[in-house]
Design a protein around this ligand. Structure first.
Ligand code: ADP
Ligand code: MG
Length: 338
């Protein structure tokens, strides 16, 4: 059994992107079918995440922003999935409220009226009635305004926005059935349709050239195809699915190799390396393909390690995982005569 180490709040809110990550995760936990993220100045001046999920009733708002608001059974579900929610444990809103001006405004779909609460630098205000659509809007203004030491570490606006973009893109690709949008300083960066189609999400995020170059990956250990229920037959890798780009559709960085383990976005050099291996000599020097790969392994075989803020994972059966990913991508390319 694994325990996920809790780390100190101030250390967890590293930058705007870490706030965005937690807010988007909350929206997805709330069963949202739309998640709209908008940030100002890379998120340093403002972050707003709006969803149409189950909402928070007025009498629960205070608890939602309180310390240890929830002793979440979700941990068990997370352990089942094998990759725990990283970072804050049941106190993201509390933590963010301590280092910003936070407003949570919400209305459960069956409630007649909405309500809101504001926390400024840890001071929790009164719950007030608020007119709002069904769902939840969380606004985070002036992040780190009261923690100059942390503020100092913020990078240029463009760099902070890159991090935000990476996070939101990661969730958008992992959840093609949710309409995810991102706006920066009032301009739309992307908006997925939420129609359940991964290729359509890739089109929204990376554009037509990339989407059209994408090749389907669908691998399972017995070669039965990825549509069948993989079951639990003890195989170290149950399924590898997703999309990879044609070897001529590349970029000069590895950052477009997105990998997910049991549905969660992770960085695992083993997965990236195996993907690149599969292309053999087909990539030009220092060029990297696009990939959106979902790897399913038995929950007990994957370990969140090193530092919870980083999304590194380690596999018990790493050679088998590498081999599976490499075969999966190789077969997909071969299918296209590559
Ligand atoms: P955790 O998500 O780990 O429970 P958070 O501090 O992120 O902790 O959120 C506290 C609680 O507030 C959640 O458990 C949930 O009940 C509620 N909550 C937060 N964001 C949302 C949202 N977007 N929609 C519905 N409920 C939410
Ligand atoms: Mg949360």
């Amino acid at each position: 059994e694994r325990t996920v180490q809790r780390i100190a709040a101030g250390e967890v809110v590293e930058r705007p992107a870490s706030v965005v990550k937690e807010l988007v995760e909350n929206s997805l936990d709330a069963g949202a079918s739309r998640v709209a993220v908008s940030v100002e100045a890379g998120g340093t001046e403002g972050i707003r995440v709006r969803d149409d999920g189950v909402g928070i009733s007025g009498d629960q708002l205070e608890a939602a922003v309180a310390e240890h608001a929830t002793s979440k059974i979700g941990d068990i579900e997370d352990l089942d999935r094998g990759v725990a929610t990283l970072g804050f444990r049941g106190e993201a809103l509390y933590t963010v409220g301590a280092v910003s001006r936070l407003t949570v405004r919400s209305r459960p779909p069956d409630a007649e009226a909405g309500a809101e609460i504001t926390v400024a630098g840890g001071d929790v205000g009164e719950v007030r009635p608020a007119g709002c659509p069904a769902g939840t809007t969380v606004e985070v203004d002036d992040l780190f305004y009261n923690t100059p030491a942390r503020e100092k570490f913020l990078k240029r606006t463009a760099t902070e926005f890159d991090h935000v973009n990476t996070v939101v893109t990661g969730y958008a690709l992992a959840n093609p059935d949710v309409a995810v949008s991102l706006e920066h300083d009032g301009r739309e960066t992307f908006a997925t349709e939420g129609n359940g189609d991964l290729r359509s999400a890739v089109l929204a995020v990376y554009g037509r050239e990339v989407a059209e170059s994408m090749i389907d990956v669908a691998w399972s250990p017995d070669g039965a195809g990825a549509d069948d229920d993989p079951g639990d037959d003890g195989a170290p890798v149950r399924r590898v699915t997703g999309l990879v780009s044609h070897p001529e559709t590349t970029r000069s960085t590895r950052e477009y190799l997105s990998t997910y383990v049991n549905g969660r976005y992770v960085t695992a050099s083993a997965l990236r390396e195996a993907t690149l291996e599969a292309y053999g000599g087909q990539l030009a020097p220092d060029r990297y393909p696009f990939a959106v790969l979902f790897v399913e392994v038995p929950a007990g075989d994957v370990d969140v390690n090193v530092h919870p803020r980083k999304l590194e994972v380690r596999f018990d059966e790493e050679p088998a995982v590498r081999a599976a990913v490499e075969s999966a991508v190789e077969e997909a390319l071969l299918d296209h005569g590559l």
